[in-house]
Design a protein around this ligand. Structure first.
Ligand code: ATP
Ligand code: MG
Length: 567
């Protein structure tokens, strides 16, 4: 059953589709496509487009193609093709057997170009690239016609054939549409349709040395595939006139193009050019660096496909560009992980604690809850012994007001275990650094409620020193310090906004022994610290975790404040 029967359309695109279904515009068909150019890795902005295109097809019982718009061999690569397919699958979408490539249509596209030439609608121009730029005019000034614009059909056909045969150098000639050099829409000022590139293509090899421009290939590919609703981002609004012109001249079937606002995310850049620059300059460690907004980066960071899809649903689609708060993305992630991630105890900056009244050779196996949100996830045993590690931050020699954790002479509850009291602080003779705490434990205070009259406000996490596993933990912060790093102030460069402290590596962490079996991609909530996942850099005997996101949810706070205001 299609969505139409269930709930009303939630956005303007679905409204258009429902209207088209009602009027039987495409014979009841809904056929979309996701058309990446394989010149980079997919990012969270692409996820918005993927969720929209595949989502709409699914909801209305239609189909969605995956089509690679691979018209620029100088920038494209199979590495990107493979990563794009992996990422779409990981997000949970399936293109079935409909994996297409614009390059599959190169023969057809060539024939269509010839058809335009024969109709007097395209010509070979021999101006230099620089001259073509100058002749194009500006937003306020009309362009100038090329002196080659009125070549005869025969001459154009011959030149175009020779371009294809490889007789010319790059930039010597191009094929242009013959439209209107004075059009207020610059896209329509005799746009280039074909250019010479003596570069092999990752799919067609050396068969071609002329390649169609994106605009020419894109609209014809949509038409060939019988796409009904060609959903794209706003910057293609002006190109729609050209797509219509090309398809009209060739007498081809028209999909309906609908533009929506692209996703912009705070503290993030989403342009492939910029992402590539971050990779090439070594500012990040590759496309899948957990700080990158790429799908592969988010995956490695510990994001779930469910959280990303939830995010895309919540932001919706609209006609107007805006900047989405990255806190919303993190909120969606926390909601999902809170439900699913098993809890564990880990100490990131260990401080040794010796329980002076606990027998030396005793080990207890204490029961810990795996997920308080989901009793079905059961419990596990955590070893407890005389020497523990706690978080350095959880002790203050001189505690400020409202510090309810450990301090000299004070008590604190150990999660799933006893109440302990700090009786002594051991310091390094030379540096004065605190190296160990001596504590007593209260054997009367097992995992049950504290004895009557005992008020212990704080609960802290811990691991048993003899049993804990060493681990490396990588803490990530925003990659940019400016809310919108795309808005560059005068005299600055967007790279000036890179956060120099976006990565902190902690190498002496300790995690509870149940994590010995953890494998790359596994996600946990480390109690009181946040969500973490196992990095692929982990190897036998070396655990590496990425902090996916800390626990504090700034978005939930914003939401609560807004609800408070509207009440
Ligand atoms: P970029 O501008 O980052 O280089 P692109 O638009 O050139 O990206 P494509 O591979 O051509 O990248 O994009 C494939 C599809 O994804 C297009 O339909 C494009 O409109 C859409 N898309 C790209 N970026 C975003 C975004 N930030 N939000 C929504 N959709 C996007
Ligand atoms: Mg593009």
């Amino acid at each position: 059953m299609t969505k139409m029967a269930e709930t009303p359309a939630t956005d303007f695109i679905r409204q258009i589709i429902e209207e088209d279904l009602r009027t039987n515009k495409y014979g009841g068909r809904v056929h979309t496509r996701f058309p990446p150019e394989p010149n980079g890795y997919l990012h969270i902005g692409h996820a918005k487009s993927i969720c929209l295109n595949f989502g709409v097809a699914e909801e209305y019982g239609g189909l969605c193609n995956l089509r690679f718009d691979d018209t620029n061999p100088t920038k494209e690569d199979v590495e990107y093709v493979e990563s794009i397919k992996r990422d779409i699958r990981w997000l949970g979408f399936d293109w079935g057997d409909r994996e297409f490539y614009a390059s599959d249509y190169f023969d057809q596209l060539y024939e269509y170009a010839v058809q335009l030439i024969k109709a007097g609608k395209a010509y070979v121009d021999s101006l230099s690239p620089e001259e073509i730029r100058q002749y194009r005019g500006t937003l306020t000034e009309p362009g100038k016609e090329s002196p080659y614009r009125n070549r005869s059909v025969e001459e154009n056909l011959e030149l175009f054939e020779r371009m294809r045969a490889g007789e010319f150098n790059e930039g010597e000639h191009v094929l242009r549409a013959k439209i209107d050099m004075a059009s207020p829409n610059i896209v329509m000022r005799d746009p280039i349709l074909y250019r010479i590139r003596h570069v092999p293509h990752h799919r067609t090899g050396t068969k071609w040395c002329i390649y169609p421009m994106y605009d020419f290939a894109h609209c014809i590919s949509d038409s060939i595939e019988g796409i009904t609703h060609s959903l794209c981002t706003l910057e293609f609004e002006n190109n729609r006139a050209l797509y219509d012109w090309i398809l009209d001249q060739l007498g081809l079937y028209h999909p309906q193009q609908i533009e929506f606002a692209r996703l912009n995310l705070s503290y993030t850049v989403l342009s492939k050019r910029k992402l590539l620059e971050l990779v090439e300059r070594g500012i990040v460690n590759g496309w899948d660096d957990p700080r990158m907004p790429t799908i592969s980066g988010l995956r490695r960071r510990g994001y779930t496909p469910e959280a990303i899809r939830d995010f895309c649903e919540r932001i919706g689609v609209a006609k107007k560009e805006n900047l989405v708060d990255i806190a919303l993305l993190e909120h969606c992630l926390r909601e999902d992980l809170n439900r699913r991630a098993p809890r564990a105890m880990a100490v990131l900056r260990p401080l040794r604690v010796v329980l002076v009244n606990y027998p030396e050779d005793r080990v207890e196996e204490l029961e810990a809850v795996n997920n308080p949100e989901d009793p079905g996830m059961g419990t596990r045993k955590v070893p407890f012994s005389r020497v523990l590690y706690i978080e350095r931050d959880d002790f203050r020699e001189d505690p400020p007001k409202r510090f309810f954790r450990l301090a000299p002479g004070r008590e604190v509850r150990l999660r799933y275990a006893y109440i302990i009291k700090c009786v002594d602080v051991i310091k390094d003779e030379h540096t004065g650094e605190i190296v160990e705490l001596r504590c007593t434990y209260d054997s009367e205070t097992g995992t049950g409620p504290p004895p009557p009259g005992r008020k212990v406000k704080g609960t802290i996490h811990w691991v048993s020193a003899a049993h804990a596993l060493p681990a490396e933990v990588r803490l990530y912060d925003r990659l940019f310090i400016k809310e919108n790093p795309n808005e560059v102030e005068e005299g600055k460069d967007w790279l000036d906004y890179v956060n120099p402290k976006s990565l902190e590596v902690l190498t002496s962490c300790r995690v509870e022994p149940s994590l010995a079996a953890a494998s790359p991609g596994d996600r946990y909530q480390f109690e009181r610290l946040g969500y973490f996942c196992v990095d692929p850099d982990s190897a036998l005997g070396r655990l590496v975790f990425n902090r996916t996101v800390p626990l504090r949810d700034t978005w939930a706070k914003i939401e609560r404040a807004e609800q408070g205001r509207s009440r």
